[in-house]
Design a binder for this molecule. Structure first.
Ligand code: PLP
Length: 378
């Protein structure tokens, strides 16, 4: 039996009980607001747990062909796809797999809409609502940042052939609390009413951080119900992070200690290869039992094994000095983490495991040298 102490590291461990708790929130929103909720697989995709997730959600939304195939094969239910642009071959593929295909502009709708309609798909048009609420990363994570490439702009919406559009789509949030979700819903109601009256459904995208402490789920439900009544449309949400926030950790081990003006620890997890958002957002993930620099007796700056000088995770303090083989557990590592890992420097991928509701840990991957080599074309 695998325990936290014997788990190979680095490994991402998903906690099924916490995931179920988060999905219960989604289920409540679906049932009480009468809306659909899709999983955005760009944020989290672990087919091993899709059979359980399937009972709580309406389907998946994909960023392109591969995620669409995975959604259809391993999740089932509805498959939606939005990409900022499709190649001809990708469009041919996604219109066979998905029932809902979204375009990024009036021009793309004009160019590709008829073939998606002929293939029997419902059509979405992504609109840039000009509403900013992203709570992290500034413009980097704001889909409505100046000159963003996402969605048709308001001034061109009169040129759209709305008879071809089933779903009015906006995605403007990022790790937003209810104020962001409700603000977006009200903004869309206020600024886009003439178009909403011509579609069957409105998809309010992702970024609804439904399970973050402080998110007022009841307030979201009220806002969705009011919107549905006002426009007589179906409402869809497609969160990723908000469905899996705080549902799992990355377990790592200290490999070696070093000193250069300050205490350093080199660990088998890396910002560059296992937690790229640490550098991209950037942010400092929490470690169970560790404090801020100098808060506890022993302070270390933690870095990965790669050659990148900036592959630094952060500075933390501990009650006891670190020693090689010590375990470190980084919290809240289920969204935009293992879906983004890479093998730079030949770094082993972090494995994936599930902590079942009876406490048993099951490994769901066994990555090794082959995974590294295959990616290099060998
Ligand atoms: C179009 C679209 N929908 C949904 C999502 C999921 O967002 P989140 O994981 O923040 O909920 C994203 C994230 O980038 C997105 O671009």
């Amino acid at each position: 039996m695998i325990t936290d102490a014997t788990l190979p590291t680095p490994t991402f461990v998903l906690d099924m009980a916490r995931l179920r708790g988060n999905l219960e929130t989604a289920k409540r929103v679906r049932e009480e607001a009468g809306c659909k909720i899709l999983l955005a697989t760009k944020a989290f995709a672990m087919p091993a747990v899709f059979p359980m997730m399937r009972d709580y959600l309406d389907g998946t939304t994909a960023s392109g062909e591969y995620e669409a195939i995975m959604g259809a094969e391993t999740f089932g239910k509805e498959v939606h796809v939005y990409s900022p642009a499709y190649t001809q071959s990708e469009l041919n593929a996604v219109t066979k797999i998905a029932q809902h295909v979204y375009f990024n502009s009036a021009q793309q709708l004009e160019q590709w809409g008829h073939s998606a309609i002929d293939a029997g798909c419902e059509i979405g048009l992504r609109v840039n609502p000009g509403y900013s609420n992203a709570t992290l990363g500034g413009d980097l994570y704001d889909p409505c940042a100046p000159s963003s490439r996402f969605g048709e702009i308001a001034s061109k919406l009169d040129q759209v052939d709305w008879s071809k559009v089933d779903i009015f789509h906006v995605h403007a949030l990022c790790e937003s609390l209810h104020e962001g979700s409700i603000g977006l819903i009200n903004h869309v109601a206020q600024h886009f009413a003439p178009y909403l009256k011509q579609v069957k459904a409105v998809n309010f995208g992702g970024g609804h951080f439904l399970n973050k402490p402080g998110y007022d789920v009841d307030a979201l439900i009220v806002a969705i119900k009011a919107f549905k009544t006002q426009f007589d449309v179906e409402v869809i949400l497609e969160p990723g992070g908000g469905l899996v926030v705080n549902t799992g950790e990355l377990h790592a081990s200290v490999i070696a200690l070093h000193w250069n003006d300050k205490d350093l620890a080199i660990i088998d997890a890396s910002a560059s290869t296992h937690m790229p958002d640490v550098l991209e957002v950037p942010y400092r993930p929490d470690i169970i039992g560790a404090g801020e620099a100098n808060e506890k007796a022993h302070t270390y700056t933690l870095g990965g094994k790669t050659c990148m000088t900036g592959d630094v995770i952060g500075t933390y303090s501990f009650d006891k000095p670190l020693t090689p083989a010590d375990r470190l557990i980084f919290t809240d590592q289920m969204h935009y983490s293992f879906v983004k890992t890479n093998t730079f420097n030949g770094s082993p991928l972090a494995n994936l495991a599930i902590r079942h509701e009876d406490g048993q840990i099951e490994m769901v991957s066994n990555f090794g040298y082959e995974d590294f080599r295959v990616r290099l074309g060998a």
